[in-house]
Ligand binder design. Structure first.
Ligand code: FES
Ligand SMILES: [Fe+2]
Length: 438
């Protein structure tokens, strides 16, 4: 499989630190053989995000999702334990239950022939069971489950790779940034009810790149930053000053392809910085964590990529994941995270904030959908075989957040998984260079 997709004469990724060149062959976005390979060699080898424990408030709460291409049921069982079951009947395959995508239940009934399973997936009833003459083995006919399920601070991930490293080790240095996002909600994060589901006619990796792309914002979202920002009462000049500075921003790459861009939060009211609503929270957090950590959590904005397909965005309180259905189409799900104990006013502000920029009809997302759709369309000119991601590779002192280091970091991990012959260069970003620690 490797040799077919990664022909040494035209590698998928060219990583030449010495000459400051990083290129991705556009086959990586268009070739069905690449997608087929990445399902097995990337997605099936990673921890993939399923959901947050707050989405299952009581015993019997369940939500149906698709994770890594599989239909699953995310459920809290009779004893309160969070589980993930494959949503396919062991009889002849039907997905379980009614058309409801979420709710509360005490069992899953298959509507095809009525087989019934408890919340742990055990088969508890088979209509007309005497027809099997005592040979039906309930023990072997329960619902399947991914071999690994784990959580980090209530964020549940599954893996179909049974010998994958523990989730905490997989997340590595990125946990510090996950902690910041959870602790900024006074440590009790909850997912706001509901989810946003939408799609793009674009390869899934374009959205990983885009989700931490600082470089594109003033261009792709020009109207937001030059017009709407005034309409929502923000200080345009303050924002422009911040957008032009290039020193107070950092990007860090972690092992396993995760990375974070870390920039000043800026003066946008939509960054949820209404002083009246936030002063109480700020004070509480300061007592708990000290002023320095609180400044880090509240005055900076972080976009965190957890490889391969989970994005956490602090400024918009967004969790987003996505999966390809073909090389040029992906399905995206996004949720807003809030503080469990937020006042109703604060919660409303957070929620408006979430919808206003990154909602499917917000100020930002439609621009991004358009940009990525058009990249994918551009790939049809196959004579233009390469995408360039070299920005910042030769910046003195190392790449910054508005460079393309974070994209290279994910592509490096991707290429390691896809092509055993690929050799990664040892690029350090500005924040990772030995003499450049903040
Ligand atoms: S497919 Fe589920 S009971 Fe037959
Ligand atoms: Fe964008």
């Amino acid at each position: 499989m490797h040799t077919k997709i990664a022909d040494p004469s035209t590698p998928l990724v060219v990583d030449d630190l010495e000459n400051g060149t990083f290129r991705v062959n556009r086959r990586a976005f268009t070739d069905p053989a690449v997608l087929e390979a990445e399902r097995k060699l990337v997605f099936d080898q990673c921890w993939l995000y399923v959901g947050h424990e707050s989405e299952l408030p009581e015993r019997g709460s369940f939500i149906k999702r698709k994770v890594g291409g599989r239909p699953v049921i995310f459920v809290r069982d009779e004893e309160g334990i969070v589980r993930v079951l494959f949503d396919t009947c062991s009889h002849r395959g039907n997905t379980l239950g009614t058309a409801a995508r979420s709710g509360t239940t005490n069992r899953f009934v298959c509507f095809y022939h009525g087989w019934t399973f408890n919340l742990r997936g055990a088969l508890i009833n088979v209509p007309d069971e005497k027809a099997w003459g005592g040979c039906l083995d309930h023990g072997k006919l329960g619902l399947g489950a991914p071999p690994r399920l784990d959580n980090y601070r209530g964020l549940f991930f599954m893996s179909v790779k049974s010998d994958i490293v523990d989730l905490k080790a997989y997340l590595g240095g990125a946990t510090e940034y996950i902690d910041d996002m959870i602790d900024m909600t006074d440590s009790e994060m909850a997912i706001a009810p509901g989810q946003q589901s939408y799609s793009m006619k674009a390869n899934w990796k374009l959205l990983v790149e885009n989700s931490a792309d600082v470089y594109h914002a003033p261009f792709t979202h020009q109207r937001f930053f030059t017009q709407f920002i005034k309409d929502i009462g923000a200080d345009l000049q303050e924002w422009q000053k911040m957008a032009q500075q290039t020193t107070d921003n950092r990007v860090i790459g972690f092992e396993n392809g995760h990375s974070v861009v870390d920039v000043p939060a800026g003066p946008l009211p939509m960054n949820a910085s209404d002083p009246a609503l936030l002063s109480d929270l700020r004070q509480k957090l300061t007592e708990k964590y000290g002023a320095e950590r609180v400044a880090r959590m509240l005055d900076r904005s972080r976009n965190l990529i957890i490889f391969p397909n989970l994005i956490l965005i602090s400024a918009w309180r967004t969790i987003r994941t996505f999966y390809p259905t073909s090389t040029d189409y992906m399905e995206i799900d996004a949720w807003a995270f809030v503080g469990k104990n937020d006042s109703p006013e604060l919660r409303e502000m957070r929620f408006n904030n979430f919808i206003a920029f990154l909602g499917p009809a917000g100020f930002g997302t439609p621009d991004d959908v358009e940009a990525l759709d058009r990249c994918q369309k551009g790939f049809a000119a196959t004579e233009m075989a390469w995408t360039d991601l070299s920005k910042g590779m030769k910046r003195p002192g190392g790449a910054l957040a508005n460079d393309e280091y974070q994209m290279r970091n994910l592509w490096r991990r991707w290429a390691q998984m896809m092509d055993p012959q690929y050799k990664s260069s040892d690029e350090k970003s500005n924040a990772m260079a030995p003499n450049n620690q903040p």
